[in-house]
Design a protein around this ligand. Structure first.
Ligand code: EPU
Length: 356
């Protein structure tokens, strides 16, 4: 693509906002200390577009980071790293039960959930206290307590890197699946998420069936009650990244066929599993826990003592020990159950594994 005169002017403008050789330690919740070749913070769609023009003009790859809470950085990150700080929440007028809410990608996810609950809107209350930003929700199709982001996302607004136009993508086209979407796969290089539109409801059934939520609620279930209970349960089971560096579940819950499930269940009658879209989803936390890993440490990293699916970083600046721990866990689980664990957090493209 040619660079126009106005783009040249914008390149000079934006250059002032681009820093060199910046540590990403405070931009990933694992707190691994690797550097970005170039670094900028985008607070508006216009500045984000100008950054993309600059990167394209200078032939630099672009990596977007939101809250950095589902991210694994294992080395020096070449090219331009942009922190997405786009802000704003807008509720569209509506007559019926549905309400469309648009939130900019850089908004904090939990604050959005909290806001919708205050407004009496149903749909994302079960997703309270998930770390990260709104823009990361579709990438990962975040989920908890029987609800996934895909259940409430109607459209995703993106910048198309091919022509830098802003456009809306319909949820049905986004390839949403368990902890997966096209934004993680074939669209990774092409689209940058700038906003997400949610279809929420003024009145709806509460979803309490998952993970014993119903038993934890005191009194008559309500929207606020579910929100508060999810917050309490998560705080009890999962480490807050502010207190202990982590990226939530480090592995996906494996999905296996009925026949494989039947064989495993015979060998391990206590196996924790759930029927899932005609197959079975295994609790990876249970597999790792049963294999003896819960609470175990390897150098300065370890398996969280209350939830074996979460790997934590106590003191390391390098990701090397974590990658070693990951391999060891995968090997033990595979040897014992014949199940291959898959990593959940997204790994950034890097070129060297030395911490800064
Ligand atoms: N379990 C153990 N030991 C453990 C952990 C779990 O035995 O150390 C067993 C328990 O029997 C438990 C079952 O595994 O009943 C499932 O555990 P839990 O309900 O804690 O959920 P999970 O499958 O471990 C998933 C999500 C979480 C989400 C919770 C609640 C994935 C990869 N993880 O965890 O999401 O909060 O359900 O809905 O799907 C995340 O993605 O970062 C995340 C935290």
């Amino acid at each position: 693509m040619m660079t126009s005169i106005s783009e040249k002017a914008s390149n000079q403008q934006i250059e002032k906002h681009i820093q060199k050789n910046i540590s990403l330690a405070t931009y990933n919740t694992f707190r691994f200390d690797y550097r970005a070749e170039f670094f900028a913070i985008a607070e508006s769609v216009e500045s984000l577009k100008a950054m993309l023009v600059w990167a394209q003009h200078n032939k630099h790859a672009v990596t977007m980071i939101g809250g950095g809470s589902n991210l694994l950085i294992t080395g020096y990150v070449p090219g331009l790293v942009i922190i997405n700080r786009l802000s704003g929440i807008n509720i569209a007028e509506s007559q019926g039960n549905q309400i469309y809410l648009t939130a900019a990608a850089g908004e904090n996810w939990h604050q959005l959930v909290s806001y919708t609950v205050q407004q009496g809107l149903f749909g994302i209350e079960n997703l309270a206290l998930i770390p990260g930003t709104v823009g990361a929700a579709p990438v990962q199709n975040i989920g908890a307590y029987g609800v996934e982001a895909k259940d409430v996302i109607s459209r995703v607004q993106v910048i198309d890197c091919e022509n830098r136009e802003v456009r809306w993508l319909e949820a049905k086209d986004c390839g949403f699946a368990y902890r997966d979407s096209h934004f993680k796969g074939k669209w990774k290089e092409r689209f940058i998420i700038v906003a997400v539109e949610f279809e929420l409801k003024k009145q709806a059934e509460l979803l309490l069936s998952y993970g014993g939520l119903a038993n934890q609620i005191h009194g008559e279930p309500s929207l606020v009650g579910v929100f508060e209970t999810v917050c309490a349960v998560r705080s009890e089971k999962l480490p807050s990244p502010e207190n202990l560096a982590n990226a939530g579940s480090f592995f996906k819950n494996p999905i296996i066929d009925e026949s494989e499930h039947a064989q495993l269940k015979t060998r391990f009658p206590d196996l924790v599993s759930f029927p899932f879209e005609g197959r079975y989803k295994l609790a990876a936390g249970w597999l790792i826990d049963q294999a003896g890993w819960k609470g175990k440490n390897h150098q300065g990293v370890g398996v969280y003592e209350k939830q074996a699916l979460v790997l934590v970083n106590h003191s390391e600046t390098s990701a090397k020990p974590l990658l070693e721990l990951e391999e060891q866990i995968k090997k033990t689980v595979f040897d014992r159950y014949g199940v291959l664990l898959e990593r959940e957090p997204v790994e950034l493209p890097t070129i060297s594994s030395e911490a800064s």
